[in-house]
Design a binder for this molecule. Structure first.
Ligand code: ATP
Ligand code: MG
Length: 429
């Protein structure tokens, strides 16, 4: 195929054989979030570039080198969203959703775009489910965000494969004091830092903490610790969070080097990581961003949220073989009809059945075909039962009912008894 007719590198089709797992995952999350009282919000995929520069921060990896930015026909600079928080805050402000200090518990789902090097678990178009909570400032809500993800891992059967890492970044003041101390220390060891860290020392010194370079890591062993610079309020908040996680029985580890890639975090930051996916091990990450709304022009409004990477979680379900068997079967009953008269009757009958059993997954054969070929299609569809309607059955106003997976004998069912019969043998979701 000519190159111009291929998908863009790092941007994937999600094929029909994969979509059942995606939908299972998305539906599981959506139901859980309904149960915890979160409301869905849907934002556009494109925003003014300025939004991301102002919220994510000019010297972050995302804004420095990962954004898909272009000029539209009016000459405005637009960007395909690289994450959801900025747009969510924009929408909340634009529509006054947090005016008068009212709390909001929101979630969103959708594609995000970052120009990164594509590899397993890292793509240029990828999908996130994100939560953002505004105007609830205590650690109780930080804990709820973590508790509900823990419940999700339980529903998905992957609790054993993920680990929670926690840190507190303090307030912007305490972080500022820590930054000064860190820069002072690292500057004294400048020659032992890798090139990237030398650069970050000037632009975003906290990011040096999560370097992968062994020499720089060695220098960091004796570096000042963020925990020693925390202000009292952040310390109390962090203790409150830890107490709640302990009360809920959720294991965690404190990772003092966890700083997160975005500028806007304060106090709590956390990541759920797995060692089952190689280098792309973070499946869910977030934290508190109490200063962001004000920084974006709103009234002081606390915020806390996280986003999970759907591709990585799907990969994890596949790797751990936690894909429920029943999700791949999408047909309950397959109806075969032979000849014009039978096809007409089959159509009328199938619509009556759908009226009575709205959740029945009933596939009616299309494209005619011999007995053999229709039967083959019925079997291949994965259906549990085939219905068979030919001239003989039509004359008697019955339909052949044939179990395809060895559950009982073939029998004829009267047209007007069909829906009731199907209701007894197909579990409807
Ligand atoms: P990483 O350190 O892996 O680059 P990040 O800190 O840039 O992650 P966030 O911005 O916090 O990631 O996004 C939240 C989650 O979205 C990540 O934990 C990950 O699961 C997922 N994610 C981020 N970038 C990508 C990507 N390029 N491809 C697939 N998933 C991604
Ligand atoms: Mg990244």
């Amino acid at each position: 195929m000519s190159k111009s007719l291929q998908a863009i590198r790092g941007m994937n089709d999600i094929l029909p054989e994969q979509t059942p797992l995606w939908r299972y995952f998305e539906n599981t999350v959506a139901r859980l979030l309904d149960n915890y009282g979160y409301k869905q919000i849907r934002m556009p995929i494109v925003e003014f570039t300025e939004l991301f520069k102002r919220s994510i921060g000019e010297v972050t990896d995302i804004v420095e080198k990962e954004m898909y930015t272009f000029e539209d026909r009016n000459g405005d600079s637009l960007t395909l969203r690289p994450e959801g928080t900025a747009a969510c805050v924009r929408a909340v402000l634009e529509h006054g959703l947090t005016g008068a200090g009212q709390p909001q518990k929101l979630w969103y789902i959708g594609p995000m775009f970052r120009h990164e090097r594509p590899q397993k678990g890292r793509y240029r178009q990828f999908h996130q489910i994100g939560l953002e909570v505004f105007n609830i400032e205590g650690p109780d809500i930080d804990a709820e965000l973590i508790v509900l993800t823990w419940r999700l891992w339980g529903l998905l059967g992957i609790r054993d494969a993920v680990k929670l890492e926690l840190n507190s970044l303090g307030t912007s003041e305490s972080r500022g004091r820590y930054k000064v101390a860190l820069v002072e220390y690292l500057s004294a060891h400048l020659d032992k830092l890798d090139e990237d860290s030398q650069r970050r020392l000037k632009t975003n010194p906290l990011r040096v903490l999560d370097t992968k370079n062994a020499d720089t890591q060695a220098v960091l062993v004796d570096a000042p610790k963020m925990a020693d610079y925390l202000d009292d309020e952040s310390r109390t908040h962090f203790e409150g969070l830890k107490a709640r996680l302990e009360a809920a029985g959720i294991p965690f580890v404190i990772n003092t080097k966890l700083v997160r890639g975005l500028d806007y975090y304060s106090k709590t930051v956390f990541e759920w990581v797995t060692d089952k996916l190689g280098a792309q091990g973070t499946v869910c990450a977030g934290g508190r961003y109490d200063g962001l709304v004000e920084q974006m022009g709103g009234k002081p409004t606390t915020g806390v949220g996280f986003a999970m990477g759907i591709e990585r979680l799907i990969l994890l379900l596949e790797t751990l073989e936690k894909v429920p068997e029943e999700i791949s079967r999408q047909v309950d009953v397959y109806l075969c009809a032979f000849g014009e008269a039978a096809e007409l009757a089959a159509l009328a009958l199938s619509e009556q059945v759908r009226d009575q059993l709205p959740n029945l997954r009933l596939q009616v054969n299309a494209g005619a075909g011999s007995f053999k070929s229709q039967f083959k299609k019925a079997d291949k569809s994965g259906a549990l039962y085939a219905l068979i309607l030919g001239d003989d059955e039509l004359a008697q106003q019955v339909i052949g009912f044939k179990p395809l997976r060895g559950q009982g004998e073939q029998q004829n069912i009267a047209f007007d008894a069909l829906a009731a019969h199907l209701a007894t043998c197909v579990v409807q979701g």
